[in-house]
Design a protein around this ligand. Structure first.
Ligand SMILES: C[S@@+](CC[C@H](N)C(=O)[O-])C[C@H]1O[C@@H](n2cnc3c(N)ncnc32)[C@H](O)[C@@H]1O
Length: 182
């Protein structure tokens, strides 16, 4: 993967996820990693200066004592604003946002988590491991020339990302209600 311009990379295969992460993480980078689980993907990020690894599972928390020295573990659910709040206390800077909430996970949840976290942290690059998002992109076509086809600014939706934490909070509330209804 040649990282000349910032990217939003979508993968499904776990090995590919690790390969893309390894290629994108630069020395000096701060990485926010959602879903480290046992830390296999965290270990791949050894070139980064700092990794904030966020997971809601007790198993991940227990495994985090063996995570590499550049990693800090944050226990929390990535769907909730309170978890973003915990991470904001540790860093405002994020060069790479890596999301693996389970490759087969519903793409709507994963996309929303990516949209919200990238809107707050404005990463240079993003990597998302999710099959549904990959299939959607493979199947979809854009039939509207008013939409630009080149975005050279960054690995987040700078044109339509959320701008302020208060709007973000509303967004997360909306998601919470939606989760409850299911
Ligand atoms: C497939 S595992 C990650 C594997 C790991 N990235 C690797 O490459 O070895 C998915 C992880 O996402 C975590 N996860 C799923 N939903 C989450 C959420 N809403 N908030 C935080 N972590 C979540 C799970 O607890 C699990 O540890």
């Amino acid at each position: 993967l040649i990282n000349k311009i910032p990217v939003i990379s979508i993968v499904y295969d776990r090995g590919k996820y690790h390969e893309v992460l390894r290629g994108l993480a630069k020395p000096g980078d701060t990485v926010i990693e959602i879903g480290p689980h046992m830390g296999a993907s965290t270990r791949v990020l050894s070139d980064a200066k700092r990794v904030i690894a966020v997971d809601k599972a007790a198993q991940a928390e227990a495994a985090s004592k063996d995570f590499p020295g550049n990693a800090v573990f944050v226990k929390g659910d990535a769907r909730f604003f309170s978890t973003i709040g915990k991470v904001l206390k540790l860093t405002k800077k994020c060069d790479l946002l890596a999301i693996d909430m389970g490759g087969g996970r519903f793409p709507d949840t994963v996309f929303k988590v990516w949209a919200v976290w990238s809107g707050v942290f404005k990463p240079r690059d993003s990597v998302i491991r999710n099959r549904g998002l990959g299939e959607f992109l493979r199947r979809a076509q854009i039939d509207d020339d008013s939409l630009p086809n080149k975005f050279e600014d960054s690995g987040w939706l700078s044109q339509c990302g959320r701008k302020t934490p208060s709007q973000l909070k509303e967004g997360m509330e909306e998601l919470k209600n939606w989760m409850r209804k299911r």
